[in-house]
Design a protein around this ligand. Structure first.
Ligand code: C2E
Ligand code: MG
Ligand code: MG
Ligand code: MG
Length: 292
């Protein structure tokens, strides 16, 4: 039977699932080796400009391709890595991988592209964050604007003054700063006003509410107005339906990301999308584009 043949695998998997403690222990025991063995993989989810449907970049989302447990999603290991500190190492690995693919793609004469990376709450207060990020970009010969740094809303509230100083410096260096999960419940308008940001990334709950009531659309409109006043762009993530897209178009949202357009995909699949788009410019851009 399958069970007989793979008994050992299943036994380990079952044990790990049965007890959260065993599961945590198994993950902790294997994380270093997993990193050394390239078991962590970067998936990219396309982001589109809502006005012209053009690819506007991507968000890097990590997955763990474990030889026995299969493909693990971030929810299964990131919270633990944030507790035990390993997230800092993993995030550096992710930034390096993202820079290496950006470097490979720019060499082929492609359009300048930026990729958003998630910067954990555990990373943003590290003293060497700025040095690490700049060294990574330098190593790949990329401008800082290649990376958008997504910092989740709740991380901003821990030490807002300290973080404001860090993001101010990062912006001076050319990094683009996003507030991820905006509106998930932690930030005050006062804090927002003091935080030097470039992009608000709307929490999914705003667009995923099952029954879109007029007040929901009112809140979205309010956020868009606020963003305009503060000179911020707005990205909506978690767009799953045509109706949600239409609501976002109505309020003048700038960028969209979600299953309606594409799921996170391996880097090679994203590269194919990118090449496709470069080969087929939209009608408006066609006359301006140099012919090859
Ligand atoms: P996030 O940064 O807010 O990322 C958005 C999550 O929504 C991703 O989940 C993405 O796959 C998912 N998503 C995208 N479109 C849709 C949609 O249309 N519908 C729904 N229901 N979900 C959608 P994922 O990849 O499981 O990542 C979960 C979280 O884990 C991320 O939330 C982020 O906070 C964290 N994370 C992922 N990769 C990294 C990483 O490399 N470093 C750090 N520090 N955190 C990461
Ligand atoms: Mg994110
Ligand atoms: Mg997040
Ligand atoms: Mg988010």
């Amino acid at each position: 039977s399958i069970r007989g043949q793979y008994g050992k695998h299943f036994a380990r998997y079952d044990d790990a699932l049965r007890s959260p403690l065993l599961r945590e222990q198994a993950i902790t025991d294997s994380m270093e080796a997993a990193l050394a063995q390239d078991q962590f993989q970067i998936y990219l989810q396309p982001k589109y400009n809502i006005k012209d449907d053009r690819l506007a970049g991507a968000e890097a989302l990590v997955r763990w391709q474990h030889p026995e447990w299969g493909l693990l999603l971030p929810s299964e290991f990131i919270p633990l890595f944030e507790k035990n500190g390993f997230i800092t190492k993993l995030d550096q690995y992710v930034w390096n991988k993202v820079c290496s693919v950006l470097q490979a793609w720019s060499g082929a004469g492609g359009v300048p592209l930026s990729i958003s990376v998630n910067v954990s709450r555990a990373d943003v207060y590290q003293a060497d964050l700025i040095e690490l990020l700049t060294a990574t970009l330098e190593a790949y010969g990329l401008p800082a604007s290649s990376l958008h740094l997504e910092i989740t809303e709740s991380a901003y509230t821990e030490h807002p003054d300290q973080l404001a100083a860090t993001v101010r410096r990062l912006r001076e260096l050319g990094f683009v700063i996003e507030m991820d999960d905006f509106g998930s419940g932690y930030s005050s308008l006062n804090m927002l006003n003091q935080m030097p940001l470039d992009i608000l990334k709307l929490d999914m709950k705003f667009i995923q509410s099952e029954t879109a009531k007029p007040v929901d659309q009112g809140i979205l409109r309010f956020i868009m107005d606020l963003a305009r006043w503060m000179n911020l762009s707005v990205v909506a993530e978690g767009v799953e339906t045509r109706a949600q897209l239409e609501r976002l178009q109505e309020i003048g949202c700038d960028y969209v990301q979600g299953y309606y357009f594409a799921k996170p995909m391996p880097c090679s699949a994203f590269e194919a999308l990118l090449r496709n788009q470069q080969e087929a410019p939209p009608p408006a851009a066609a006359s301006a584009a140099p012919s090859e």
